[in-house]
Design a protein around this ligand. Structure first.
Ligand code: SF4
Length: 363
């Protein structure tokens, strides 16, 4: 019996194993994965080059679809957000961010999150479970289906498909590394999605041993770290993970990543008024970045209903950027996309979960 019910969760080798255990030819694995990932079929009956009995056996053991679209919202700025329901009734989010012929997708890797960052709505949902590799891949497949249905064209004038993946939706991807690694390998596979290593970015809150494991596994991806504060006391206040692995340990791990992969690391930095968007924080950020191969992605806090955190003014943001740039640190400010459709991590799923909980309570 196969380990996963969602056939997309299986690697090619696992699929071959299943085929030979079921008296089928192992070369069928390539055909099956081509139907699943390149042609995005939703029924085993559509796998036309497979004998009917093979299709029947597959349908008996596996499912192709594991997400139900609950809602999709299109922002005035072009971002699209999906709310998907898993087969066990939980909500996850996926966001498409089209930019000048590039189609980036921010995927969820867990239902909820255990990391408890104070500025994040997903954290308020608690942690339910890791997503299976097939569920994460399906987020991308569903976006590809959407792009096909809209007739969107990419920068080369070809039918648009997803070009970049950011593992930065709901959940801490490194807490689900087995499945995220499987997903990256499938996306990187030339016969399937054929996405280059630089087109996939795993963003972590800073789980030091898992950063090392990522390097050991040679997972085809780039690394981004949510730094958000340059001082242990302030970082621990907004990111409890820092109490276990403080900034010094985190930087040791990112230095090792840079050295062993010959790749730079991206530090994500949420600008919060009076906390991370101050002259002192800019000075500390320079101290961290100056000796390292890195770049900084700053983003202004997406204001939530947490009265203790506030977004900085435009003037404060510009002052911060100027100070960091004056030290020749590469820093970009990421314009928040899709704020009208609650595109920040966890906002829509959190809202949906609250509605579901209220309905259960009043039933
Ligand atoms: S910011 Fe990321 S790691 Fe932190 S609680 Fe939210 S989803 Fe989890």
């Amino acid at each position: 019996m196969a380990k996963f019910n969602d056939i997309k969760s299986l690697t090619a080798d696992e699929l071959k194993e299943w085929l030979s255990a079921n008296g089928e030819k192992s070369f069928r694995a390539d055909q099956i994965q081509n139907w699943l990932f390149c042609r995005q079929i939703s029924s085993f009956d559509d796998m036309k080059n497979l004998p009917p009995q093979t299709r029947e056996k597959l349908a008996k053991d596996f499912a192709i679809r594991s997400l139900i679209e609950s809602e999709h919202l299109i922002s005035v700025d072009g971002a699209v957000k999906w709310l998907f329901k898993t087969m066990d009734g939980h909500f996850i989010e996926t966001v498409l961010i089209p930019t000048n012929g590039r189609f980036s997708v921010c995927v969820s890797t867990e239902i909820g999150c255990a990391m408890n960052c104070t500025f994040c709505r997903t954290a308020k949902m608690g942690f339910t479970r890791n997503l299976e590799a097939g569920e994460i891949l399906e987020e991308i497949i569903r976006v590809n289906e959407y792009l096909t249905s809209t007739g969107e064209i990419d920068a080369d004038g070809k039918p648009a498909q997803v070009t970049n993946i950011i593992f930065m939706g709901m959940g801490e991807p490194l807490n689900n590394l087995d499945n995220v690694h499987r997903v990256c390998c499938t996306l990187h596979n030339q016969k399937l999605f054929n996405l280059g290593r630089k087109r996939m970015t795993i963003s972590t809150s800073g789980i030091v041993p898992k950063i090392k494991e990522l390097v050991d596994r040679n997972t085809p991806c780039c690394l981004a770290v949510s730094l958000n504060s340059t001082n242990n006391e302030r970082r621990s206040a907004v990111m409890p993970v820092n109490r276990i692995w403080p900034i010094e340990k985190l930087l040791e791990a990112t230095d090792e990543y840079t050295r062993r992969t010959d790749n730079y690391v991206t530090f994500e930095f949420v600008l919060m008024k009076g906390v991370t968007c101050t002259d002192e924080a800019a000075k500390e950020l320079i101290k961290i970045c100056a000796p390292r191969r890195c770049k900084v992605n700053a983003i202004v806090l997406n204001q939530m209903d947490d009265p203790s955190l506030e977004a900085p003014t435009e003037e404060e943001v510009n002052r911060f950027l100027e100070k960091v740039r004056a030290a020749e640190i590469q820093i970009t400010i990421r314009n928040p996309r899709g704020r009208d459709i609650l595109a920040a991590c966890g906002q829509l799923a959190y809202k949906q979960q609250k509605v579901a909980n209220a309905n259960t309570e009043s039933a």
